[in-house]
Design a protein. Structure first.
Ligand SMILES: Nc1ncnc2c1ncn2[C@@H]1O[C@H](COP(=O)(O)OP(=O)(O)OP(=O)(O)O)[C@@H](O)[C@H]1O
Ligand SMILES: [Mg+2]
Length: 479
């Protein structure tokens, strides 16, 4: 075990880490920090939820000079939500040293961002489109940029983002340090990365499987038209603390979240066609536990760190195996357990096997859960609630009422009625989810397509940045 003191960090940085509850370095931090601090270019690969943010965040903070005016480091992320999250973590690590990080991303008022930039942040975390916008307007000056980081590097170097990344990196001083991090790094992307780096060192935390061992992985085979009912049954049986359900398209995400609400679940959807204000609200509510279920496109697949996510459901099988690794990695983070369940139709078994070949982990086949199991699950939940209340107390004011009721009925009758009231019985309100065409191979150069180039996003571009003001017309899957 390596402590942060042993790595010879600035005591102010160690103090911030300690405030965050970080005492020992995670394996990727222990291995990547000495290289990052030495000034070398670096490709860092480690499983989801193992602390890659601090593995690049600490060198960024260590090397930044709080007395210097210009921007000294830039982190580029594929989505707006991730830019915000990374900026928050950098602000925490930089707190005692006085290093400030500003998130810049599309969908947010650019004039307001320009005003914030005038307050001279030291570091920036941003999405490609909006970063380019600021670079063109010269509202971000590049002269002092000494470190650039691509978080989710394989996604950033994928077809949808590569042009923007080239345009952005081309504007920074050549002698800067470049750091690439991701849980996945397909070989062709690793080769491509060489173009942007000088003698990069690769740090790969060795693990038997690409996914985290604490994430239990299951799949169930179910006809398309029954998927929604089965999903509801699983939610009733498993009662996740927080769950993320991934759907293939924005339309499906909308239909799913509406359908879940109709059946009494507390769910909201997030995808690129929503306003940024809406996206922010949904994310905040989910982080605070005000909603239990987040229904999302792949916009939420990468990097997001939300504590309490116990379950991930792939309502639609992901379009490429890397996406699977990232999606299920939203659970089982920082030493916690998680359960990931993938729905497939009979035609998709081959794609499941392709995923397993990448992750080097077999998924367990889950039998179709019965309606009875769903009812039982909810009944057990009602019993748990009662037992919890008995332990916690606070029911005394109800005792007189209880005695009054007991004069008319026996205790078993009364308790049965109370349990029925407490139990959310399976709701069969009709919900129609549009038939979906297969989730692979139709567009994009997904790995499932013959000769595919490993990218699932040929048709989207400039993605998470939003508000792209360039003259190329693009689809914004992540917006
Ligand atoms: N040294 C540490 N000690 C304790 N907790 C840590 C440490 N480093 C990171 N964490 C916590 O672990 C969680 C996951 O970290 P992080 O989001 O950086 O993972 P990641 O490797 O970037 O995952 P992903 O591949 O999904 O982006 C966070 O909640 C973070 O606060
Ligand atoms: Mg990360």
């Amino acid at each position: 075990m390596t402590t942060f003191q042993e790595l010879g960090l600035d005591p102010q940085v160690t103090r911030s880490l300690s405030d965050m509850g970080f005492e020992e370095a995670t394996p990727i931090q222990a291995e990547a920090l000495p290289v990052g601090l030495s000034g070398s270019d670096l490709i860092g690969q480690a499983q989801t939820g193992t602390g890659k943010t601090a593995a690049f965040g600490i060198p960024l903070i260590e090397k930044a000079d709080p007395t210097l005016g210009g921007i000294q480091g830039i982190v580029i992320t594929p989505t707006r939500e991730l830019a915000v999250q990374v900026a928050e973590e950098l602000n925490k690590i930089g707190q005692h040293k006085g290093i400030r990080t500003l998130p810049v991303y599309g969908g947010q008022d650019i004039e307001r961002q320009i005003r914030s930039l005038k307050k001279r942040p030291h570091l920036i975390a941003g999405t490609p489109g909006r970063l380019l916008d600021h670079l063109r307007r010269r509202t971000i000056r590049t002269d002092h940029v000494a470190i650039t980081v691509l978080d989710e590097a394989d996604e950033m170097l994928n077809m949808g983002f590569i042009e923007d990344i080239e345009a952005i990196l081309g504007q920074f001083p050549e002698e800067r340090q470049t750091l690439l991090f991701s849980a996945t790094m397909p070989e062709q992307i690793r080769r491509l990365a060489g173009r942007f780096m000088t003698n990069p060192q690769t740090i790969r935390v060795k693990a038997k499987e690409m996914t985290m061992p604490r994430i239990r992985q299951q799949f169930l085979e179910v006809p398309q038209r029954h998927k929604f009912d089965i999903l509801c049954r699983l939610l009733d049986i498993q009662s996740p603390e927080l769950a993320i359900i991934f759907g293939r398209t924005k339309k499906r995400v909308d239909e799913l979240s509406e359908g879940l609400n109709k059946r009494g679940y507390s769910a909201e959807g997030i995808h690129g066609d929503l306003t940024q204000a809406r996206r922010d609200t949904v994310m905040r509510q989910f982080r605070e536990g005000m909603i239990d279920v987040l229904v999302a496109t792949d916009v939420a697949a990468r990097g997001l760190d939300i504590s309490g996510v116990t379950h991930v459901y792939n309502f639609d099988i992901p379009q490429d195996p890397e996406s699977y690794v990232h999606r299920i990695g939203r659970t089982g983070r920082a030493g916690n357990d998680g359960l990931a369940i993938t729905f497939i139709t009979s035609r998709e078994i081959g794609h499941l096997r392709t995923i397993e070949r990448l992750t080097k982990k077999r998924m367990e086949r889950l039998p179709i859960p019965s309606m009875d199991a769903a009812i039982e699950g909810q009944q057990r939940l009602a019993m748990d609630k009662l037992n919890k209340l008995i332990k916690e107390g606070g029911y005394q004011p109800y005792k007189t009422l209880a005695e009054e009721l007991l004069e008319e009925s026996d205790s078993v009758t009364l308790l049965s009625a109370a349990l029925k009231l407490l139990t959310k019985e399976p709701d069969t309100t009709p919900v129609r989810i549009s038939e979906d065409s297969p989730s692979f191979g139709k567009k994009g150069g997904g790995r499932f397509r013959k000769g595919g180039g490993g990218g699932h996003n040929r048709h989207r571009s400039g993605g998470g940045s939003g508000g792209h003001s360039g003259n190329r017309r693009r689809q914004h899957r992540h917006n």
